[in-house]
Design a protein around this ligand. Sequence first.
Ligand code: ASP
Ligand code: MG
Length: 427
Amino acid sequence: MKVFKFGGASVKDAAAVKNIATILHNNAPKQLVIVVSAMGKTTNALEKVLQAWFSNDEALQQHINEVITYHHQIISELFPDKNNPVYFKTDLLFGELEGHLCTPPSPNFDFEYDQVVSFGELISTTIVGEYLIMQGFNCQWFDVRGLIRTDDTWRDANINWSVTSQQVNNLLVPFLENDGKEPHIALTQGFIGASEAGHTTTLGREGSDYTAAILSHVLNAAEMTVWKDVPGVLNADPKYFENTTLINHISYREAIELTYYGASVIHPKTIKPLQNKSIPLRVRSFISPSAPGTTINATTSEDDAIPGIILKSNQVLLSFSPKDFSFIAEDNLSQIFSALAECGIRVNMMQVSAITFSICMDENERKMDKLTALLGEKFAYRYNNGLQLITIRHYDQVTINRILNGRQLLVEQRSRQTAQFVVKAQV
Ligand code: ASP
Ligand code: MG
């Protein structure tokens, strides 16, 4: 039994959906679970819908229409037969979405976010499912809200593993039990779940990888594959760096480190559920499906083979010094850290000297104002924004020189495996 995850780019238009069928023809095992994201940039588009709804913006209907038209285009290219059930199934979903949006929102933005944005995955899986059925696959659509149970932390829901496991065993497993003749494909949505009260929840942006890992864990999958528009895990993001190299193999541990420092190739929560059951994760290209891609498993032997470069943009460097000229010692540090925790600030890098404590954090004016209000009485502070944080794992001097070349350096920090540099963003 394997789990495949197809992200937004792999279902962004009719040709992409057709390509999934080709990949399945060549790669589907006898028992397969497919997790699919919203099509293309639909989640962003639905976020715009939500903003317009909350701000009573008259562009609301136009934003809704954009989402519907985009999907209609894909549907009409994939299904020439207008009697195909996909037409009434998706119309039902569009109607439900519009119905939800025609009354004023409840005051809880995060709750409404989950109710609205989740339509992206419900629509995409309906289209992909009907297409696979039309292509002759034994494919069944599952509503993931009947499988994945979460708490009600809207937009960042936590998994209830025991209920999830029970539901998956009751619903998915009997379907996957296979007489051996042809692949049985269970198709479901990434990114979403349901609370005990039955409300839709979401697992955080880019959370479909995590959904696939949860199902892999519960089902004891032999392997999980994420199909992407890149050849696998690269040693740097080609959007920002030239001369990237494909990493054939890394360990779970290294993958966790890379995602921790900001590598966006897989969702950070994906690795743990797989590691705990020793399920290999493969990252493969849907453009070149026969290429091996990257394998992530427990073996650490190749982790330091290639320096890995991770760039985090929109960073701010914030420095505090005690106004009474006391040293930065435990009492000051504990005050600073509790203020950071209270503001929900994640520290991406920190540095302590005798009289200053500096942190690098994601730009967020609201959180920064709160932090400086909490600490301003006791500490003087300075900040610098428009920065980037570059992390190099398994660094060597040649790589550091190549990456820093011409960049203005503000802070640098090195440990045995990891070098970090706060630099001015290049314009
Ligand atoms: N559609 C969601 C997002 O764009 C989840 C995902 O793609 O993984 O964040
Ligand atoms: Mg995605």
